[in-house]
Ligand binder design. Sequence first.
Ligand code: IPM
Ligand code: MG
Length: 348
Amino acid sequence: MKIAVLAGDGIGQEIMVEALRVLETLRLPDLQLNFADVGGVAYKAHGHPLPQETLDLVMSSDAVLFGAVGDPSYDDLDRHLRPEQAVLGLRKEMQTFANLRPARAFAGLENLSALKPEIAGAIDLLILRELTGDIYFGDKGRRETADGLRQGYDEMAYDESEIARIAHAAFKAAQGRRGKLCSVDKANVLQTSVLWREVVNEIADDYPDVELEHMYVDNAAMQMVRNPGQFDVMLTGNIFGDILSDQASMCVGSIGLLASASLGEGSRGLYEPIHGSAPDIAGRGIANPMAMILSVAMMLRHSFADENNAVRIEQAVAAVLEQGILGHDLGGKASTIEIGDAVVAALS
Ligand code: IPM
Ligand code: MG
């Protein structure tokens, strides 16, 4: 089990310490952790947010644990040197086109959701976000209009093979859950979405056991707040999935609770919280490590086929939350280390 550990910037460092403590509590044989720089810290030390040596380590590993990147002191750098480019570069290099972002209600947190408790309690959904295409990776830049105005542009594009592979992943995920798939697009306006819908419908023929519906993204955002319990698997493109997954996190209670797995064709994966580096609270020991800890569980499940230990970690996290050991993001007082301690104790 060769794991590349990239803690990155801000709270990434603090939450990674706790996630690794949890991983080590499992006493897995053959665990090999290798550390490398990424993001702003990598730019500072090596002049690039994703240095070649970090990339080499990643490409020779079975899995990557990724904390967070982003540092406001680098906001004025050229786009290709900004810390965020590290995570985009990693996703592209690793070809992790399928991003799994589960959102599930935790017992005891119903009152902390931004939604009414009875609505929040029903959340058990999985966002399947396409991760290596769309407006994120299209042609982009600056140009001048005919009138001499500055113009920024970003091309949104998907080809049918990109849509097909993420659609297959979503239908399979739905088969392993409640058999419902909602494909989210903006086919009333965007050509990329018209093709998206066409391809998803073609692929649906291979999965007669999955109930498919299509929804416009604006409606999906509204429905997620009105009645999130209606969703099982939500299939979306890169930009819509980015936005909907942040929204899903507040429906559960906090962005500090949502983990993600990014997968390609093989078993190698990139595992990271959906939140960022939170520079406003970095270094104060109050970041919630739960999303990072749950990312370890997803790594065990998807890269190492260790469902048993994945479930153990998830149950330990749920038990700690139910005991009311809550981070500052959830209105509690528990520090990063105290939450890590509690999860370790629940596992032993
Ligand atoms: C996420 C983040 C990233 C994204 C940023 C940091 C580039 O918001 O993982 O959701 O937009 O994908
Ligand atoms: Mg995001």
